[in-house]
Design a protein around this ligand. Structure first.
Ligand code: 3BY
Ligand code: FES
Ligand code: FE
Length: 410
């Protein structure tokens, strides 16, 4: 049986609300199918508009074997192109980020504009037409400062996500923010274990003392653990936020994405050790410090906390069946000055600690799953519904796309 059929059989016999069978988490062949059906077809969060504020700024990102360049052109537009030269295929940009007035291939110096048009190719003869050799473009969309790309020929719709989620992001004005700090962790765990771990706070009490100074463990008003004190706080904050025109109710039920604004506990304004703001200058035109955070999720690869003084943006990229890159960015207002308006230690302590703790949890999860003793185990209905939602989304995507690929199986 080929791998697609093997995976399909496992998807069809899957026990609802149980973790997946072992190969989903550790086999190269299943990882290759994830790359093909999820990562090369859907919308993937790659970076932020404030990563490339100026003309000629670029960053690069690899979606599996596909190196990509995201650039800003002199008109201010953002483009995504494959980082593969149209001459003999060399990778063009070798740096993670930078500024370059033109994209020059290091091999034979074919030279491209930010939008991928070829403007110079030496010694190619009189018949050669530069217009025949543009860099291949990827689909690119921006929502509230978040840049998403799709490598698909015909990507899924993006508009509904933008329409529902942008109003939650807009007040935090990511366009006018800057990256104060960036951290990349390479975790020895399958990307789905990294996301599963993020989708529940069952593990928070046991592992995240710093985070739990401020974060409410629940992100849903019908969570049975919610105490009356937090319910009152939610109601009071909801009134305040509505009065300011800030959306806060959860976006309509949808397995792939979600936005909601929720208050912090302990009167906290920001996810710092003591709950006081990490940055004196607030984002955008915000004036109220007590905005809790907008929790924004877009599967397969980003979750976020947008607060009054800083934004935390997380990006997950798969490197191998048991290797995942997790990049965290801490954003503050672009005019905030380090050492005056914010202190890097204060800004980053909580999530540096949390990320380390989560890395260890995901890696331990992977090690246990690799054992011959592993078998799928049950998710809690009351406290791991976020994991159930993610796994349901993943399984539905994989099933649909395998069937699309093999129409005779329908
Ligand atoms: O992203 C968060 O804030 C938390 C951490 C653990 C669960 N998740 C909802
Ligand atoms: Fe790029 Fe030759 S491969 S110029
Ligand atoms: Fe965690």
């Amino acid at each position: 049986m080929d791998t697609q059929n093997r995976m399909l059989a496992m998807l069809l016999r899957r026990k609802a609300n149980f973790s997946l069978e072992q190969p989903f988490y550790n086999a190269q062949a299943f990882f290759d199918l994830d790359m093909k059906h999820i990562w090369e077809k859907g919308w993937i969060y790659v970076g932020l508009t404030c990563d490339i504020p100026n003309s000629g700024d670029f960053f690069t990102v690899d979606i599996g074997n596909n190196p990509i360049i995201v650039t800003r052109d002199p008109d201010g537009s953002i483009h995504g192109v494959f980082n593969t030269c149209r001459h003999r295929g060399s990778k063009i940009c070798l740096k993670d980020k930078g500024n370059a007035p033109k994209l020059v291939c290091p091999y034979h110096q074919w030279t491209y504009n930010q939008d991928g048009s070829l403007i110079f190719a030496g010694n190619m003869g009189p018949e050669f037409k530069t217009t025949d050799y543009k860099l291949k473009k990827v689909h690119l969309e921006v929502c509230g400062g978040y840049i998403f790309i799709s490598l698909a020929k015909n990507p899924p719709a993006f508009d509904q996500f933008r329409k529902e989620v942008e109003p939650y992001l807009a007040p935090h004005d990511i366009d006018n923010s800057k990256v104060a700090f960036e951290q990349t962790l390479i975790e020895d765990a399958n990307w789905k274990l990294v996301i599963e771990n993020n989708r529940e706070c069952y593990h928070c009490a046991g592992s995240h003392p710093e985070l739990l100074n401020t974060l409410a463990e629940f992100d849903n008003s019908d969570d049975p653990r919610i105490d009356p004190k937090y319910k009152d706080l939610m109601e009071r904050k909801a009134r305040e936020w509505s009065a300011q025109g800030l959306p806060h109710e959860p976006t309509p039920a949808n397995l792939q994405y979600r936005a909601v604004r929720l208050p912090f506990i302990n009167e906290a304004d920001s996810m710092t050790i003591d709950g006081t703001p990490a940055c004196e200058k607030m984002l955008g035109n915000l004036t109220d410090r007590g905005l809790g955070s907008v929790r924004m999720l877009h599967l397969p690869n980003t979750w976020n906390h947008l607060q009054s003084d800083h934004v935390l943006a997380f990006r997950v990229l798969p490197l191998g069946p048991q290797k995942t890159m997790v990049t965290t960015k801490w954003l503050v207002h672009k005019d905030a000055v380090e050492g005056v308006d914010y202190d890097l230690d204060k800004l980053t302590t909580v999530w540096k600690a949390t990320n380390e703790q989560d890395r260890e949890l995901a890696e331990n999860n992977q090690k246990g799953i690799n054992s011959m003793a592993y078998e799928p185990g049950p998710y809690s209905d009351t406290i791991e519904f976020g994991v159930q939602n993610f796994i349901d989304w993943y399984c539905a995507e994989m099933e649909a796309r395998i069937l699309e690929d093999q129409p005779d199986m329908k």
